[in-house]
Design a protein around this ligand. Structure first.
Ligand code: 4AD
Ligand code: MG
Length: 432
């Protein structure tokens, strides 16, 4: 019996005979030789089948196999300096496991809607493979970072009665005889968690009925929401920048192969591991935009062009601090000495990717928070439990939310969020 390995471990088996379970992604052959492009879910490499070295039957199989046929192959690993993977397999035997016919995604170019219709198959292709591997590394690194920092992961509910981020983008559903909403954010529950465990983070799907079709919006996306008791905003910003730098460094360290597959420039990524990140106030951001002839006035929210312009002025991600109250949610802490701004920050990613984090210090005072809830037209009945957190040992606390697909899109330098999640949900897409 030869040892069964995965392609990614080929370097440890040079000149050994091994067995690999794989699929065929592409093939080239002539009378005497066939080149099989193989993938096994761990990496991609080439199999070489020499007519003289295998049985007639095996050579015929190699020549006839179609794209995405699955197989068990046996052969000897060799170094292959011409490919960027660096190794190939000289095939001795092929056992077909599952035939394949008319695979729709061929090596030629396909339109984006066609690829999205075939997302269940598109995930197999090189670029999509690399992106999901990088996503996975970022998941792993997130748990490592927050565990090392003494956080516990807490899972908030997905069916809720409240709308922390505004009532216009809610997915409503029936919950027996009452309406319920798919969660837009786990934050309010994370605040309850912070009062119970000190430092918590959530990591789960959230839902927003975004009516706009943009490359930065999904209707279902994943968010990481840390929440810290006894912590002011300045310290929260330090955690945010250390977390982002850690994510980037982890991808650089552990996804060298995947970054090559998507042609991501590593020198650019390295710039994002330098701390601290610059901080500017919203007030300054408005001045910068006005100087650059943007038609904005104090109080306006930023759209993509404004965020892109601002982030282009910096080499690293940049924090924009203390936005106007009118454009932010009710739970934020007002800035001391100002009656029109909150103690909050958005982190804008470089290279035109816009907001990846939104966060703030939270209002701690029971009466003020209650007044904010009423002022925003929200129902006190739904928020009585949240107000309790200010009744029994209220403390300064801060938190933030990282849009996970936004961060992946930026780190992988993708054009659109839809490639950052296995099965994207957008205004006109819920299948597959
Ligand atoms: O800025 P947002 O709305 O903040 C919150 O939800 C807070 N409760 C977070 C907190 O303080 N705990 O959303 C956070 C992040 C944004 O910065 C953005 O990266 C991402 O979520 N995001 C989206 N990502 C994909 N599709 C959408 N429709 C998104 N909306 C926001
Ligand atoms: Mg935001």
């Amino acid at each position: 019996m030869t040892e069964q390995i995965r392609i990614k471990d080929a370097s440890q088996h040079v000149d050994q005979e091994v067995t690999i379970n794989a699929w065929l992604t592409d093939k080239r052959s002539s009378g005497k030789i066939a080149f099989l492009q193989l993938r096994d879910g761990s990496a991609f490499f080439q199999g070489v089948v020499l007519k003289n070295a295998v049985s007639e039957e095996v050579f015929a199989t190699a020549k006839e196999m179609r794209q995405e046929t699955s197989m068990t192959i046996t052969g000897v690993i060799h170094e292959d300096s011409r490919s960027h993977f660096g190794y190939e397999i000289e095939v001795h035997d092929i056992q077909v496991v599952g035939e394949s016919e008319d695979y729709p995604i061929t090596p030629k170019e396909h339109g984006i809607e066609f690829l999205l219709d075939h997302r269940h198959l598109w995930l197999r292709s090189k670029r999509q493979f690399a992106i999901q591997k990088i996503r996975n590394e970022m998941i792993r690194a997130t748990y490592e970072f927050f565990n090392n920092e003494g956080f516990i992961k807490m899972d908030p509910p997905i069916l809720t009665g409240s709308a922390p981020e505004g009532t216009t983008e809610l997915f409503e559903t029936e919950y027996f005889d009452k309406p319920a909403y798919l969660s837009q954010s786990g934050q309010l529950y994370a605040e309850a968690g912070a009062m119970a465990y000190g430092k918590v983070f959530t990591f789960g799907p959230v839902f927003r009925a975004e009516k706009s079709k943009t490359r930065r919006h999904l209707t279902e996306f994943w968010m990481i929401e840390p929440e810290m008791a006894f912590m002011h905003q300045a310290e929260s910003l330090e955690i945010q920048e250390r977390y982002i730098a850690f994510l980037v460094q982890s991808v650089i360290d552990n996804c060298e192969y995947e970054l090559k597959l998507i042609d991501r420039d590593v020198e650019t990524l390295k710039k994002y591991t330098k701390l601290p990140y610059p901080r500017i106030r919203y007030d300054e951001a408005i001045e910068m935009l006005q100087k650059a002839d943007f038609d904005v006035k104090w109080g306006d929210d930023f759209g993509s062009p404004e965020e892109t312009y601002l982030s282009d002025q910096f080499e690293q991600p940049v924090f924009v601090l203390n936005y106007p109250k009118a454009i932010k949610p009710f739970y934020m802490l007002p800035e001391a000495g100002r009656d029109d701004t909150y103690v909050c920050a958005d982190l804008l990613a470089p290279e035109g990717y816009g907001e990846i984090i939104g966060g703030s210090e939270r209002e701690v005072d029971y009466d003020k928070l209650k007044a904010q809830i009423v002022a925003k037209g929200l129902s006190l009945d739904e928020y009585d439990w949240y107000l309790d957190l200010r009744k029994y040992g209220s403390v300064p606390h801060s938190g933030f939310g990282l849009g996970f697909e936004r961060a992946i899109t930026w780190i992988c330098h993708l054009d659109h969020l839809r490639e950052a999640i296995p099965f994207p949900r957008m205004i006109n897409r819920i299948k597959p």
